[in-house]
Design a protein around this ligand. Structure first.
Ligand SMILES: [Zn+2]
Length: 106
């Protein structure tokens, strides 16, 4: 499913607003102010009309659509060269990680 991410775990899809749910790392991405407003492609299960349960984070179910490309949503710590998949502090140096949309996952 594709659409623009709105605040409050909502996706503005062609069919109308879709309420999003997912595991904790996925919800972390959905609530990241740097991701809100981006065009996303989400893979998951629709158990009720107007809702989507996004597949678990390890299934790579969440992409940003930018410049005609489908990019993985990742987070990068420049200091430690550590990549994660949900926003927050680097587990090594405790600095905030940077959003890094990229074509490769690892
Ligand atoms: Zn770090």
């Amino acid at each position: 499913m594709r659409g623009k991410l709105l605040a409050g775990q909502l996706l503005e899809a062609a069919s109308g607003p879709v309420r999003l749910s997912g595991d904790e790392p996925t919800r972390g991405v959905l609530n990241d102010p740097r991701v809100i407003g981006l065009e996303l492609e989400l893979i998951g299960q629709s158990r009720a009309p107007g809702s989507l349960e996004i597949d678990p984070i390890h299934k790579k179910a969440l992409y940003a659509l930018k410049d005609g490309k489908r990019l993985f949503v990742t987070y990068w710590c420049d200091i430690c060269s550590i990549r994660t998949y949900t926003p927050g502090q680097c587990w090594c140096c405790q600095e905030q990680t940077e959003l890094d949309l990229r074509e490769r996952y690892d």
